[in-house]
Design a protein around this ligand. Structure first.
Ligand code: UGA
Length: 442
């Protein structure tokens, strides 16, 4: 058992903290926001993440996980201090390290002489070294190690991803620090999970290179989807056919509305900005960012085309199914809906929307949307339905009932949630991303 202080009670800090406690450690989560701490203490989790609420409740009861705003005492008692605070984008795409630096300076005076500080936040190469220098400047003459340990958790499956990692990446120069972090993760070592032990700069770059590569796969399949639409192909068949080649792999080949979320858009922008700054521009990534942004605008162009055929834009209604950037989360950061809805409204179109989990978060960022409790309500009097999130519950929608509620017939399915022949049989003008128009069944 080791004592861990987790600085930052946001998405990464909270899930990592809870999972480390589940591995057997004693974890104190520290956050500046006293209301968040009070909520967590009462068992209220600020994010929707499957399995997190019961996990936190169980570990809190076992006294292996606790929450505090008292950073000095949590730091003093810890064998390992994690920094898991935010790294927002600046206007030029580069990341703002102010919160990481502030957290490092805040913990510094309370660290033990041989403390281990782990940078969990996603940071550009060179940050670990900078943080080590900052700490050494603030409290000179100690043997404190600063180690990079990027996270690879997906929202919506963060707990499973933590408990079944593909690899643990540790970037450090100090043998004692590396070995303490290895010990923290020893249950994974026993299961033969690969440990990638390298320099801090390599570890920091692994995180960006991994996310950017996955985003490239999505950008690539989205362009292939455009081609399929032109030639009457089906991108799912193409993705299946290429994905069976193990050099390509079948994951992250689902065409859609473009990638969103708190990571891919921000991390690709940060990598591009860092490449420019470091004298090694990343033109593939620069193009990917532009293509992805244009793809989201392309959804609006397609909706307007459909509306043009049916109604004057000023009198038109669009139903948006799905605000979350993907299923199983209430996170709407950089989700397609957040680009698409304001553009539709600017064109004078009325928007009705439904999402099973993300309406509260979305309503904080979008105005004048009619929020509907169910998809049928959202479809009422709609000229066009556009599906932007692949919620499993959307697959159970009764397309006949949907068709009956609509004013128009157009359905633009960016996530392949509907069965094409059922949709066509119900009288819908059904279009799915990367697919030829569905044939009317005989
Ligand atoms: C991503 C990475 O997958 C994690 O490994 C990483 O730890 C995390 O970022 C992070 O840096 O913290 P996440 O943002 O939760 O995780 O979401 P993903 O499941 O990767 O999806 C990102 C976006 O790509 C979503 O908008 C999703 O709909 C889209 N996507 C994903 C596709 O359009 N097609 C696909 O085949 C896969």
């Amino acid at each position: 058992m080791m004592r861990v202080a987790m600085i930052g009670g946001g998405y990464v800090g909270l899930t990592t903290g809870a999972c480390l406690a589940d591995l057997g450690h004693e974890v104190v989560c520290v956050d500046k926001d006293p209301r968040r701490i009070a909520d967590l203490d009462r068992g209220k989790i600020p994010i929707y993440e499957p399995g997190l609420q019961p996990l936190v409740a169980r570990l809190k009861k076992l006294e292996r996980l606790s929450f505090t705003s008292d950073l000095p005492s949590a730091t003093r008692a810890a064998d390992v201090v994690f920094i898991a605070v935010g790294t927002p984008s600046r206007a030029d795409g580069s990341i703002d390290l102010a919160q990481v630096e502030a957290a490092a300076l805040e913990v510094a005076p309370h660290l033990a002489d041989d403390a281990l500080v782990v940078i969990k936040s996603t940071v550009v190469p060179g940050t670990c070294r900078r943080i080590a220098d900052l700490i050494a400047g603030a409290v000179p003459g100690r043997s404190i190690s600063v180690v990079s340990n990027p996270e690879f958790l997906r929202e919506g499956s963060a707990i499973v991803d933590f408990m079944q990692p593909d690899r643990i990446v540790i970037g450090g120069r100090n043998a004692a620090g590396i070995s303490r972090l290895r010990k923290l993760y020893s249950p994974f070592g026993k299961r033969n999970v690969p440990f990638v032990v390298t320099t801090p700069e390599n570890a920091e770059l692994i995180k960006y290179a991994a996310n950017a590569f996955l985003a490239l796969k999505i950008g690539y399949i989205n362009d292939i989807a455009n081609l399929c639409e032109q030639i009457g192909g089906d991108v799912r068949a193409v993705a299946h056919g290429i994905g069976l080649d193990p050099r390509i792999g079948s994951s992250f080949l689902a065409a859609g509305p473009g990638f969103g979320g708190s990571c891919f858009p921000k991390d690709t922008r940060a990598l591009a900005a860092f490449g420019r700054e470091a004298g090694a521009p990343q033109p593939l990534i620069e193009l990917l960012i532009a293509r992805n942004e244009d793809r989201m605008r392309g959804i609006v162009r397609r909706i307007l085309e459909k509306i043009g055929q049916r109604a004057a834009a000023r009198d038109a209604t669009v139903a948006v199914f799905g605000l979350a950037f993907k299923a199983n989360t209430d996170d709407v950061r950089e989700a397609a809906g957040l680009t698409v809805i304001p553009m539709l409204q600017q064109a004078g179109i009325r928007v009705r929307a439904h999402d099973p989990e993300a309406m509260v978060t979305a309503s904080q960022l979008l105005a004048d949307v009619e929020w509907c409790d169910c998809p049928y309500g959202a479809a009422r009097e709609a000229d066009v339905i556009v599906v932007l999130t692949e919620w499993p519950s959307f697959r159970d929608i009764d397309v006949n009932r949907l068709a009956g509620s609509m004013r128009g017939q157009s359905v633009l399915d960016y996530r392949h949630v509907f069965n094409p022949s059922s949709a066509v049989s119900a009288g819908l003008d059904y279009w799915a991303v990367g697919a030829a128009p569905a044939a009317v069944p005989a």
